[in-house]
Design a protein around this ligand. Structure first.
Ligand code: ZN
Length: 500
């Protein structure tokens, strides 16, 4: 077959597969935002049928031969298609190693899992989630066996799925640097015994919180013609190309800043996806390059931009006017210290910027044991509690505030958590470069984040899946990933705030 015809055939298959992906994008969105508990049994039957239909295409001789033939003629393809085919071929070879029946059965388990998890969390009933969790962990253990290579085995296989090139060895090194540098700093700050301000323990009307989050969408220049913000148990971002990017948020009447920083975080993910080059729509390169790079962007907005005094010098008056009764005596300086308050606390998503990576370390250590099969599912909570004591010095009062707090394992995402910490470190390296190129204090203080968006779009967002994190970092900062920027950033910022 001539090359032109072959490419046309590939693009036809690609559109079929993207249509299935689009369907599951919408179904997942609905499952996590609108669908009622009673609907999940039926939808899991239909979802596994969709997976079966999609596998009919992706496991067909025609599709496999088309991709393989293009892969064998890589040098004849244009630059973008070459990158896409390399990726698709690699994924294809991988997926063929996993039996079709197992994948279908696993989809069925996953489609009910988040509902079971959310009820278990609500009722503080780990035992009701344990059998499902065991099925998910067992699948992931088998999955890592199917995909293992001479170099990658066990948990390394899963880590590599989320961040190519990352292994236990590399993460161990990264985390031990953090442990060595950050744990003593946290201890020093804790020893100051500074109390959380009283004003934070008030009620903050949820409708007003929503109004402020809507205002933040404008601050971040998020075009509401292409996306929206809804509610879910756990905030997340879900996108399909540059023209449909959605985020969710969760509101607590007694926690003012939770919804604010979740909104900024998720809108950061959304800005990344919206900033992809338009040419990547309808390809498998849309979205972003890796999870860690995605997290680097959300956390860049959440922490590096939005936990500065310059940002709040601009936006605090608006917040103060919305919550006048509660905030009338709270100065900008008070508020700035509050949003950077360091505290060993129970919930990862509410953790401050400094202790955050300690929460990730707990999950990383857990996953190593879960996937390498050294731990019985009934012993997970005990181990969780033990690690929290060790890293954060905390006693866990119940599983809702402990092991049941995150949705990730119910979604089958093992190897994902460590990318949060890695992403923060990518972000700090990008920030170091940004400071060389512009007056960040001035830029963060502007009425909106247009200039931040433009800089990140040029350095990161436009590329979608066209470049690896390493290529992006080298091009943007002139060097490979270097964790020293993250450690330096944290040490400088928090030593200043706490006068250490
Ligand atoms: Zn995120």
């Amino acid at each position: 077959m001539n090359l032109e015809k072959l490419i046309a055939r590939y693009k036809d298959y690609r559109l079929d597969i993207l249509a299935f992906n689009f369907a599951s994008y919408l179904i997942n969105w609905d499952s996590d935002t609108e669908a009622k508990a009673g609907s999940f049994d039926d939808r899991s039957v239909l979802e596994s049928r969709l997976t079966k239909l999609e596998l009919k295409i992706t496991r067909s001789k025609g599709y496999i031969n088309t991709v393989t033939e293009l892969y064998n003629n890589l040098e004849l393809l244009d630059e973008d298609l070459k990158i896409e085919i390399k990726k698709v071929y690699k994924d294809l070879v991988k997926s063929l190693k996993v039996p079709k029946e197992e994948l279908i059965a696993y989809t069925k388990v996953l489609s009910k899992a988040s509902q079971i998890w959310s009820e278990a969390k609500l009722n503080n009933d780990y035992a009701s989630f344990a059998p499902t969790l065991k099925q998910i962990v067992d699948f992931n253990i088998r999955y890592s066996k199917y995909l293992e290579t001479d170099k990658l085995k066990g948990y390394d296989v899963l880590l590599n799925e989320f961040e190519e090139g990352m292994t236990k060895e590399k993460y161990d090194e990264f985390f031990s640097l953090l442990k060595q540098e950050i744990v003593p700093l946290v201890k020093k700050i804790n020893a100051l015994k500074i109390k959380k301000p009283e004003w934070a323990n008030q009620e903050f009307d949820i409708n007003k919180q929503k109004e402020f989050c809507d205002y933040l969408m404008d601050v971040m220049c998020f075009d509401k013609n292409y996306g929206l913000m809804k509610e879910s148990e756990h905030p997340f971002t879900s996108g399909f190309g540059t023209h449909d990017v959605r985020v969710t948020n969760h509101y607590y009447s007694n926690l003012l800043i939770s919804s604010i920083f979740s909104a900024i975080h998720e809108l950061g993910h959304a800005t990344y996806e919206r900033g992809n080059a338009e040419k990547l729509n309808f390809t498998f390169l849309q979205g972003g390059t890796t999870m860690a790079m995605h997290e680097s962007q959300s956390r860049f907005y959440e922490n590096i931009v939005a936990r500065t005094k310059e940002f709040w010098a601009r936006h605090y008056p608006k917040l103060q006017s919305l919550f006048f009764d509660q905030l009338k005596d709270v100065t900008l300086d008070d508020f700035y210290h509050y949003i950077n308050f360091v505290e060993c606390s129970l919930i990862r998503t509410e953790a401050d910027e400094l202790t955050y990576s300690l929460h990730i370390m707990v999950r990383y250590e857990m996953e190593k044991m879960m996937i390498e099969g050294h731990l019985d599912v009934n012993d997970y909570p005990k181990m969780w509690n033990k690690l929290y004591k060790e890293y954060l010095g905390l006693d866990i009062p119940n599983d809702t505030l402990g092991i049941l707090q995150d949705v990730h394992w119910a979604g089958g995402d093992f190897g994902y958590f460590p990318t949060y910490a890695l992403g923060s470190a990518y972000g700090a390296q990008l920030y170091h470069q940004m400071k060389n190129e512009m007056d960040v204090k001035e830029v963060f203080n502007e009425p909106n984040l247009k200039k931040v968006n433009a800089w990140l779009k040029e350095k990161v967002h436009q590329y979608g899946g066209l470049k690896t994190p390493e290529e992006i970092l080298i091009k943007a900062t002139g060097e490979k990933f270097n964790p020293k920027y993250y450690v330096e950033y944290l040490k400088n910022k928090f030593s200043l705030i706490y006068n250490l």
